[in-house]
Design a protein around this ligand. Structure first.
Ligand code: H2B
Length: 99
């Protein structure tokens, strides 16, 4: 699977305003905040199950109510459509988790 080219990535990112492109163009990042640790970890558990079904996995870091997420396709050495599919799953789950 070939990584997306830069024009395609910037065009795709317009549908993902919460995400930031890394300077080298190989990954996208989003930082999320929740009410507390339980809410953050519950969210991570839901995404972990969805990611496993998609066979596409996030890199992430959690402290208390914060979850920092990086998406990249390691097999391709850059961003692919699979990253944007997972970003969409994450965005929808986050929207559903906030009152
Ligand atoms: N997740 C991510 N983020 N990038 C990959 O290239 C990737 C993955 N590859 N999950 C999959 C699993 C691959 O390693 C397995 C063998 O299908």
């Amino acid at each position: 699977m070939a990584p997306l080219d830069h024009d395609h990535i910037t065009q795709r990112l317009q549908s993902f305003p919460g995400w930031t492109l890394e300077p080298d163009g190989k990954g996208i990042r989003r930082s999320l905040r929740f009410a507390d640790f339980g809410a953050a970890f519950g969210f991570m558990a839901r995404i972990a199950l969805a990611a496993e079904k998609m066979d596409h996995h996030p890199e992430w870091f959690n402290v208390y109510n914060r979850v920092d997420i990086r998406l990249s396709t390691h097999d391709a050495g850059g961003l692919t459509e699979r990253d944007f599919r997972l970003a969409d799953t994450i965005d929808k789950a986050f929207d559903d988790s906030t009152p």
